[in-house]
Design a protein around this ligand. Sequence first.
Ligand SMILES: [Mn+2]
Length: 424
Amino acid sequence: MRIEKRAVEEFNEPLLKEHQRKFRFIAESFPGIEDVVAKLIDFQVAIPSWALGSGGTRFGRFAGAGEPGNLEEKIEDVGLLHSLNKSSGAISMHIPWDIPSNPNAIKAFAAQLGIRFDAVNSNTFQDQPGQELSYKFGSMQHVDKAVRRQAVEHNIEVIRHGAELGSESLTVWLSDGSCFPGQLNFKRAFQNTLESLQAVYEALPANWKMFVEYKAYEPNFYSMSVGDWGQSYLYASKLGPKAYTLVDLGHHLANANIEQIVALLLMEGKLGGFHFNDSKYGDDDLTVGSINPYQLFLIFNELVAGMDERKMNHATDLGWMIDASHNVKDPLEDLLQSVEAIMISYAQSLMVDRKKLNDAQMNNDVTLCQEILQHAYRTDVRAIVAEARLRDGATLHPVDAFRKMNVRKSLIKDRGSKTVATGL
Ligand SMILES: [Mn+2]
């Protein structure tokens, strides 16, 4: 299924007048509005290939209908999202769940839909059918050198697949760690992991980045070999200039100050990318902005401030990806909501008066600091985000459009109601 330009225009038509009234209202009170709209148009969030089908938990999974059954259909889905919001022009693939059988054809198909390939993700947290050695006791940290070598070779294969599609970064998330005190020698686990990561780093093409993703716990419950941003930063620093830390919002202990982590990593030039999601209790993988939108705004506030200080390009210098799981919602609707939440927080953070905030900080005017931040956060920027979409040829309201255009119904007609997407 494809969404034609005409269908977008037909959907927008009856909403235009009301939209323009709302946009004019906010534009009048904010002189820098054109710059904000231009930045919103440029900003793209990559959709993870593993999140286009229904997710589940260890208790079960309730499959949806019309899910993508192969990589082509996953790209088709991302193309649909991108037609609706023009902010989802990239896909982040997972190997071995999405090995392209014909890379040139896949690349051409994605290009037709305006989709590029963001970071590729390796998987040494599961044993694959026919795999020689098991990752039960870890992959890159494993006490057996042969297991470590197998994990390194897998990562190098992932780079090869990514390079064929035009991807320029590799995300390494390791489930390595231990479940019980005494199980691991921490220093040996670190050294083994570092040595393995170094072997992968050496295989990176010149223009590639390596993202080292951390996670506080799960599937290991006593220690994780890349457990927090400090450990990730340590690996990335020892690896070299092409290695960066990747921050997944759900991978922290409860109530961690993620905005501070982001600010310091950016200061050190070691923040590489993001996995957006939201959570209430742990790594819940919920829709971005569904639980704590203020935290998301505070994170974006530091991102914008830090990127501007380093004169970075907001749209291209960091990897922006969603990493979520949709257990009870339509995955495509959930992803549209996530992208919308990201754009809203980004827009709000672009509206923070940084000069005024800096002056207030230098004067220890704590009350004013809060006023400045919350003024931006409490501004309803939805019409600005919608205006950016409108100018880029997308819909004024992606979720409504998805429903009105009967996208899921068409996908079920094309694919059937019993398809199950590969992935989590
Ligand atoms: Mn992640």
